[in-house]
Design a protein around this ligand. Structure first.
Ligand SMILES: [Zn+2]
Ligand SMILES: [Zn+2]
Ligand SMILES: [Zn+2]
Length: 84
């Protein structure tokens, strides 16, 4: 399966947040529908080939002490008193 190469930020909570996709690395397999070499001979709708990308190749371009959106919203939702 193909992999996307991304650039992103290493957040203070430990998560990696991708900000852009640089390229898709073609695995060159005929049984992968993302590959330029995809060759099962079926139409895309009938094709049972791999349709998911492999794990991203992560390239950290920046580190931040701030938490990612997911973690900070979880923290605020738990810790902050509700507004009335
Ligand atoms: Zn592939
Ligand atoms: Zn196919
Ligand atoms: Zn996080």
């Amino acid at each position: 399966m193909c992999n996307a190469r991304t650039q992103g930020i290493q957040k203070g909570c430990g998560h990696y947040v991708a900000i852009k996709t640089i390229e898709v690395i073609d695995c060159g397999r005929p049984n992968c529908r993302h590959s330029a070499h995809h060759a099962c001979g079926r139409s895309r709708s009938a094709c049972a080939c791999a349709k998911y990308y492999g794990p991203d190749v992560e390239e950290i371009v920046r580190t931040e002490t701030a938490w990612c959106d997911h973690c900070s919203s979880w923290y605020e939702g738990k810790g902050a008193p509700r507004k009335r």
